[in-house]
Ligand binder design. Structure first.
Ligand code: ARG
Length: 458
């Protein structure tokens, strides 16, 4: 068998070197090696227990697989492209190690159910890692919110100053978004956590296998009910890439905010030195490269999603080799997403808000809506109040004055309904705290949100 393909029996000439190079996947799917061995050990145990192969043979196979596992972990294993993929590499090494009895491992199994079993084990583990990273990020956002309850800043629509909020409100908004990301991954996990092994190539297996046993051994909560579905479908994997894409979109948006806030023009935050990089030519610069790369890498993950969606579109039932293309997008998305969550966590943890700058920007014309609402409370229809305050703004802008510089006498020229208490509105704190509706930015509401997350995150 030395040098021969494991499937070589039917062939009279050896594979063209181009074909070997073009069809191989071991260069990337060796990432699944330990999961493949885990699956094979469970399968061999089951074959022995069921008397499908002699118990002693099963034991030899398991021992051989454990040795191979050690070699891989120690980086001593020799991967060979001519053996196509991770599965064939391991099986061939097993046969070389323990002799022809190693060839009994593949009884009652196909690479089609084998590959998706290893992939699901891998993804289950990685999704749990991603969930843990999201929990860390949520805790960091909560801590930052607690620190910034008393900082006011302008919130923006259309990137125009809109209304003052407390900075904590901003961090709590992202906490909500990343919490939904986590929920999506948890929900995805229910569908990843299903055993495909025992489906054979596509139609099931003609040996008395015990799938319950294998599911228990591998820690799968459920067994896939249909062998065609189990081997041919990748929608659960696409769901993962979709969740990863959505999560990246949230990470990209917070990155964009912090990039803008970190600019000299805004100066709202300072990023820690250790998380920024310098320019090779302009000595004054401290670049937010980590944030820019998170924003940029979001494109890769969207690409990963579209790649796999396109791979499965138009595939006839059941397995087709096209499905080998499912792995690289997922490996790429997992690596990119994990790095991006860690990056944002570190940056949120280390950023220092510039309280003075934010407060200054939160005042002035950002308080105009509240002035209009003041008149509304005195009985003026909102549209008219909006118009009156618009005239006040124009009047002050003409004189290059800020809203805070207005006097009560000037107010009264625009509407006799203005009284002494109108001047109280000219504080961003008071304006923020007036928004007491559920979900609003008033201090008491923010403290409630913080309390909610404290109870739900610990
Ligand atoms: N490397 C293959 C994949 O990733 C394994 C399954 C191959 N199955 C087959 N019938 N050629 O999909």
């Amino acid at each position: 068998m030395e040098g021969k393909k494991l499937w070589g029996g039917r062939f009279s000439e050896s594979t063209d070197a181009f074909v070997e190079e073009f069809t191989e996947s071991v260069s990337f799917d060796k990432e699944l090696a330990l999961y493949d061995i885990q699956g094979s050990i469970a399968h061999a145990k089951m074959l022995g227990k069921q008397g499908i192969i002699p118990k002693e043979d099963a034991e030899k196979i398991i021992k051989g697989l454990e040795e191979i596992k050690k070699e891989i972990e120690e980086g001593k294993f020799q991967w060979k492209k001519e053996l196509e993929d991770v599965h064939m590499n391991i099986e061939k090494a097993l046969i070389e190690k323990i002799g022809s009895v190693g060839g009994k491992l593949h009884t009652g199994r196909s690479r089609n159910d084998q590959v998706i079993t290893a992939f699901r084990l891998y993804l289950k583990n990685e999704v749990n890692n991603i969930i843990n990273l999201l929990v860390e990020l949520k805790k960091t956002l909560l801590k930052k919110a607690e620190e910034t309850v008393d900082i006011v800043m302008p919130a923006y629509t259309h990137l125009q100053r809109a209304q003052p909020i407390r900075l904590a409100h901003y961090f709590l908004a992202y906490l909500e978004m990343f919490n939904r990301d986590e929920e999506r991954f948890r929900d995805n996990l229910k569908r990843i956590d299903q055993l495909p092994l025992g489906s054979g190539a596509l139609a099931g297996v003609d040996f008395p296998i015990d799938r319950e046993f294998v599911a228990k051994e591998l820690g799968f909560s459920e067994i896939m009910r249909n062998s065609l579905d189990a081997t041919a479908s990748r929608d659960t994997i696409i769901e993962f890439l979709s969740n990863a894409s959505i999560c990246m979109s949230n990470l990209s948006r917070i990155s964009e905010d912090l990039i803008i806030w970190n600019s000299a023009e805004f100066g709202f935050v300072e990023l820690p030195d250790k998380l920024t990089t310098g320019s090779s030519i302009m000595p004054q610069k401290k670049n937010p490269d980590v944030l820019e790369l998170i924003r940029g890498k979001t494109g890769r993950v969207y690409g990963d999603l579209v790649a796999l969606l396109t791979v499965v579109k138009g595939l006839p039932m059941a397995y087709n080799r096209d499905l080998q293309e499912d792995k690289e997008p997922v490996f790429d998305a997992v690596k990119t997403l994990k790095g991006s969550i860690i990056g944002i966590t570190k940056i949120v943890e280390g950023l220092k808000p510039n309280e003075e700058k934010m407060k200054q920007a939160a005042g002035g014309f950002a308080l105009a809506t509240d002035l209009a609402n003041y008149l509304v409370r005195k009985g003026i229809p909102f549209r008219e109040a909006h118009h009156i305050v618009g005239q006040i703004v124009a009047y002050l802008v003409n004189q290059k004055r800020e809203l805070e510089s207005i006097t009560l006498d000037e107010f009264k020229k625009f509407s006799p309904l203005f009284e002494e208490d109108a001047l109280k509105i000219l504080s961003p704190y008071n304006v923020a705290d007036a928004r007491k509706s559920f979900g609003g930015t008033a201090k008491e509401r923010i403290l409630e949100q913080i309390q909610y997350w404290k109870e739900n995150l610990e």
